[in-house]
Design a protein around this ligand. Structure first.
Ligand code: DX5
Ligand code: ZN
Length: 243
């Protein structure tokens, strides 16, 4: 749980954020989801669950019953990305189904109320922004959330190309978190692979969603490990670079 941010001038430095890959099951075989999750489990502690309602995005995916079924097969942290127009209606069902964290989109509005609802439900709190949504839409909420998700594709489908124009926004989120001593996960989602993850790390991201670069490979576990290794190398460089 995050605590209220202290004033910037007295902000302590937050611990270095943990690097992790969150495999997105959107690109897994929906006919054998539990097997897909089991294959990547040795390489991570998070699983990214993409929920689409056919309204906020032009695609339909999964709902609470699938999360509930998967919960029986996995102890991973379920990082549940709600690409839906009316998250208030579904937060409790997803929590009850076994979601650990939920991320709502700032574009749907009512953000303060949704954050409060997620806290009340005991969920870890995430806030997402589409590629063309500016930093300023996220800024008022940075001290109230645990995770900011910067989309590097327009949400709705896996397998799209990474939009590098989002990198300056990621850097601004990380800079604001550092300035205010916030322990904030900065997650990047869309087009992440061993190459683009390096750019995301250099900008300040620490959680890397990867769907097609994991589940479209013959060895999904090796793919997760490869992305994490590339991220770790870039993170070491970033830590050693003059600020
Ligand atoms: C897209 C989803 C992503 C998707 C990423 O709307 O939010 O999580 O699974 O897929 P890749 O990694 O293939 O871009
Ligand atoms: Zn996602």
């Amino acid at each position: 749980m995050s605590t209220p941010a202290p004033a910037a001038s007295t902000a302590p430095s937050a611990p270095a954020p943990t690097l992790r890959v969150a495999p997105s099951i959107l690109s897994a075989d929906f006919g054998s989801l539990a097997d897909a999750v089991t294959r990547v489990t040795p390489g991570t502690d998070w699983l990214h669950v993409d929920v689409m309602d056919g309204h906020f995005v032009p695609n339909l995916t999964i709902g609470p019953p699938v999360v509930s079924s998967l919960r029986a097969h996995s102890d991973l942290f379920f990082d549940t990305h709600l690409m839906i127009t009316d998250p208030a209606r579904y937060l409790e069902p997803f929590r009850d189904a076994g979601a650990d964290g939920c991320t709502v989109h700032v574009e749907v509005g009512e953000t303060a109320g949704l954050i409060a609802q997620m806290r009340d439900l005991g969920l870890r709190v995430g806030l997402a922004a589409n590629p063309d949504t500016p930093f300023e839409a996220l800024a008022p909420f940075l001290d109230q959330v645990d995770l900011v998700l910067c989309m590097t594709v327009f949400p709705g489908f896996g397998g799209q190309s990474f939009i590098a124009d989002v990198l300056p926004k990621i850097a601004r989120v990380r800079a604001a978190a550092d300035r205010d001593g916030l322990s904030l996960d900065v997650e990047v989602d869309g087009g992440i692979d061993e190459r683009t993850v390096v750019e995301a790390v250099r900008a300040g991201a620490n959680v890397f969603v990867a769907g097609s670069a994991v589940f479209n490979r013959d060895d999904p576990l090796a793919a997760v490990e490869g992305i994490l290794s590339a991220a770790s190398g870039a993170s070491d460089e970033r830590a050693g670079a003059p600020s």
